[in-house]
Design a protein around this ligand. Structure first.
Ligand code: FUB
Length: 327
């Protein structure tokens, strides 16, 4: 019998999946996750345990229907510029084309962001020859705005190497800011109309507290770590992200897609496992959070599973926190 989706339960159990980027394409909900390898190697802060080699695409006709695995849609061996570690991807639709944006280490071991294209939302995807010029770090998320401009958000600390780029070029010895300095923000770039390049230089996004002061590096409950996602609700831009070391999904709001964003609160408390990574999507007139945890592997950090939960707003536009383990 086919397994039906249930909130807060793994969408698929035959493979390990993580970092779900959910989008509505052609009336269906498509999920673009990472595909975690089922290996027993050691873990470290560099993220070597996240040794993913390919991507699968998942889809569902209804939120409580059956989640279909469309199989492998791109393998690292078919990405000319990449050496290893296909981490959290995202997808976008424009120009009658589906674009898969993905990070991987290049041949020098430096994370870059590439694009692959397909005529169908479920792939297969064909990678461009080179990574996006000017791209670095991990966790791309793309917003195609109502005015048809597209923005790519990216960046992640530690294994994701964001702190190595503070001076504009890769410095393997660079550390993050001092605790009392502003935290590093995610990076944004407008994409060219063909979605294959940055239109200009990328720039860092500011995240401010309620008094308009930058969130500081020591503020680990609120500062950006990785996994940026931007969605629109009632004309405002919501930037949500993982705090990493404190394992939360939090959010900040702006009137502009490039910020500055004002911190608002927590969407998801820590779940089982070290990493937390999500997306937010409207589907059939309801809003959903897609996220992952390690419950299917009994807590093995690099064997994760994607899940969903309904997401609700208050009348003032704030997001109601989600309880991931509600019975
Ligand atoms: O899946 C590998 C990395 O773990 C992602 O890029 C991060 O966001 C974290 O989920």
């Amino acid at each position: 019998m086919e397994r039906k989706n249930k909130p807060n339960e793994p969408l698929v159990t035959h493979i390990f999946t993580a970092d779900p980027s959910a989008h509505v394409f052609e009336g269906k909900l498509y999920i673009y996750p990472s595909h975690d390898l089922d290996h027993d190697g050691p873990s470290n802060d560099n993220g070597d345990q996240y040794a993913m080699e390919d991507y699968h695409v998942l889809s569902m006709d209804d939120i409580d229907g059956v989640c279909k695995d469309h199989g492998e849609v791109l393998h690292v061996k078919d990405v000319p510029w990449a050496s290893k570690q296909l981490w959290a991807p995202d997808a976008a639709y424009k120009n009658d084309t589906y674009y898969l944006f993905f990070p991987a280490r290049d041949k020098d071991g430096i994370f870059r962001i590439g694009v692959a294209t397909s005529e169908q939302p479920a792939g297969p995807f064909k990678a461009e020859e080179n990574y996006i010029d000017g791209s670095f770090s991990i966790d791309p998320a793309v917003l195609v705005d109502e005015d048809d401009k597209s923005y790519i958000y990216f960046g992640g600390l530690w294994g994701g190497q964001l702190e190595k780029w503070q001076k504009g070029n890769f410095d393997p010895n660079a550390e993050g800011p001092m605790p009392t300095e502003p935290a590093l923000g995610p990076i944004v770039a407008e994409l060219t109309p063909d979605m294959l390049s940055f239109k200009g230089k990328s720039r860092e996004i500011s995240i401010l507290d309620e008094d308009g002061n930058p969130i500081l590096a020591k503020d680990e409950d609120r500062r950006f770590f990785e996994g940026a996602w931007v969605h629109k609700y009632n004309g405002l831009y919501y930037l949500s992200y993982s705090t990493g070391t404190t394992h939360k999904i939090v959010y900040a709001v702006s009137e502009s897609p490039t910020g500055p964003f004002t911190f608002k609160g927590t969407i998801l408390p820590p779940v089982s496992g070290w990493t937390t990574h999500h997306s937010i999507v409207e589907f059939q007139n309801k809003w959903y959070l897609f996220y992952h945890d390690c419950s299917l592997s009994d807590g093995v950090n690099h064997k994760r599973s994607v899940k969903y939960a309904e997401l609700n707003y208050n009348d003032d536009g704030t997001i109601q926190p989600i309880e991931p383990y509600k019975k």
